[in-house]
Design a protein around this ligand. Structure first.
Ligand code: PNS
Length: 162
């Protein structure tokens, strides 16, 4: 049986921390479907097309990874994909409460799908899309924290806004 996981998130934008989780997740699953949240009520810096483009470019070296979008419940999308797992990364303790709550709710909603957490690599412990956007907004150097295409795009956005 093919072991499939979805890796849900906003990916606004994808970071090297995401890629690290994905790379390690591929040692556990045969296929991982990146599930980009499209929720129109959430405010994103990048459009859906931009988030997809940055992921596609960043994932060129990866095989057995697909990119898809979803709105609604993560567990419903996992079922649609015939996925047995939901992959998420866990960084500092501050992530834990939200992730624990989400994992328990997801389990209640669908007991067939298991949430699998991978501890972040030490290098990425303080890396998040939000903190990277904030640093970049004020001219901070984000080199090495995101794939090159993301670095270019973030710099362009904030150069225009400044
Ligand atoms: O990258 P993020 O923003 O931390 O990802 C959050 C995400 C997309 C995993 C979460 O918001 C989510 O699963 N949203 C879909 C709605 C849902 O199923 N919520 C959890 C159970 S109520």
């Amino acid at each position: 049986m093919e072991r499939i996981a979805i890796y849900p998130g906003s990916f606004d934008p994808v970071t090297n921390g995401h890629l690290d989780i994905l790379e390690r997740g591929l040692k556990l699953f045969d296929k991982i479907i990146i599930a980009i949240l499209t929720n129109p009520k959430k405010k994103f810096l990048f459009t859906l097309d931009e988030r997809i483009e940055m992921l596609e470019e960043s994932l060129k070296e990866f095989s057995n990874v697909e990119i898809d979008t979803f709105d609604g419940l993560t567990v419903d999308f996992a079922a649609e994909c015939n996925a047995q797992g939901i992959l998420r990364g866990l960084r500092a303790m501050s992530d834990f409460e939200y992730e624990f709550q989400m994992a328990l709710m997801n389990r209640r909603l669908n007991r067939e799908v298991q949430t699998v957490y991978l501890m972040t690599g030490l290098r990425w412990i303080y890396t998040s899309s939000s903190i990277i956007k904030e640093a970049a907004q004020f001219g901070g150097d984000i080199h090495g924290m995101v794939p090159p295409i993301v670095e270019q795009k973030i710099k362009k956005i904030f150069a225009v806004k400044r």
